[in-house]
Design a protein around this ligand. Structure first.
Ligand code: SF4
Length: 286
């Protein structure tokens, strides 16, 4: 069996920065309580490492970052790589918390762009994932803001000025389809694709597998990770018949590799390197 490691994969700059910032905060404040508002990045192994260092992670399914703040009353609070809304920042400040911002600069840049366009009177069509913290941070308020996951979510009506943008970790191909649909319905809409460079490069690297006769693509990452799921979808679009999304080498079974000649391996932007190394070693053992 031939094993091909997709050349661009694993931690992106934004995730690395967030993880380094969290580790540094704990190191420099050994006697203080440190809390992360949600998952620092969407990977259970990263969160487990932080918990082992004494960090508390407040999380509850269905709760927004704003809701989660009700459970934090003291110490240092870290905002996650997905960014937070101004409302969260203001509430944390009012509670007297010392805040460390691990928001990815790409996310902050999209938030600034949305604020600017809103101030100019645009209605925002934001293509993103419902319930995702990045979409929550971008929204700020329901007013003149529509969160769109698929064509069916597009609002009906006349909007004088429309600005269309997106969550940074969406699928490049799906986003183009949605942009085309909006362009057809609202020819006056303005567009700005905000897919970050890391997401774009990782998806392109998977698209480039098209010519390599890959029998199976393994995508390593947390089920919560949007960019990881989009890598699996990109693999399908690249025509790879079998895609296996796993969290770690423990999910691999030897019998899945009968008749596989060529396997490619990639990992999401929040997947630590050691998980990739484990998977490669396990594949070699097969
Ligand atoms: S995937 Fe993109 S937006 Fe998300 S943390 Fe990485 S660089 Fe930032």
């Amino acid at each position: 069996m031939e094993i091909f490691e997709v050349p661009v994969q694993g931690f992106c700059g934004g995730v690395r920065r967030a993880v380094d910032l969290a580790r540094k905060t704990v190191r420099e404040n050994p006697d203080r309580k440190v809390t992360v508002l949600g998952s620092l990045v969407h990977n259970a192994y990263v969160n487990d490492e932080l918990r082992a260092m004494g960090v508390e992670i407040v999380e509850a399914k269905g709760k927004t970052r704003l809701d989660l703040l009700d459970d934090v009353d003291d110490g240092i609070l870290i905002f996650t790589a997905h960014g937070v809304s101004d409302k969260v920042r203001e509430k944390a400040k009012a509670k007297g918390l010392e805040c460390i911002d691990a928001s990815c600069p790409f996310v902050l840049s999209t938030q600034s762009l949305i604020k600017k366009k809103r101030a100019e009177g645009y209605t925002i069509f934001y293509i993103g994932k419902k319930g995702h913290p990045e979409a929550e941070g971008a929204r700020e308020s329901e007013e003149n803001f529509f969160l769109i996951e698929k064509k069916e979510d597009l609002p009906e009506g006349a909007f004088e000025k429309i600005f269309v943008t997106n969550q940074t970790t969406m699928s490049v191909l799906d986003l183009e389809d949605l942009f085309d649909e909006i362009r057809a319905r609202y020819p006056h809409a303005e567009f700005c694709s905000e897919i970050c460079t890391a997401t774009r490069l990782r998806q392109q690297a998977v698209m480039d597998l098209q010519d390599k006769s890959i029998d199976l693509l393994i995508v390593i990452g947390d089920p919560q990770s949007n960019n990881t799921r989009k890598l699996s979808l990109t693999g399908k679009k690249a025509g790879i018949e079998r895609i296996l999304q796993i969290e770690s080498s423990d999910d691999l079974r030897k019998e899945d590799f009968e008749n596989i000649q060529k396997v490619a391996v990639t990992s999401g932007a929040s997947t630590p390197d050691f998980l990739l190394k484990d998977v490669i070693a396990r594949l070699h053992s097969f």
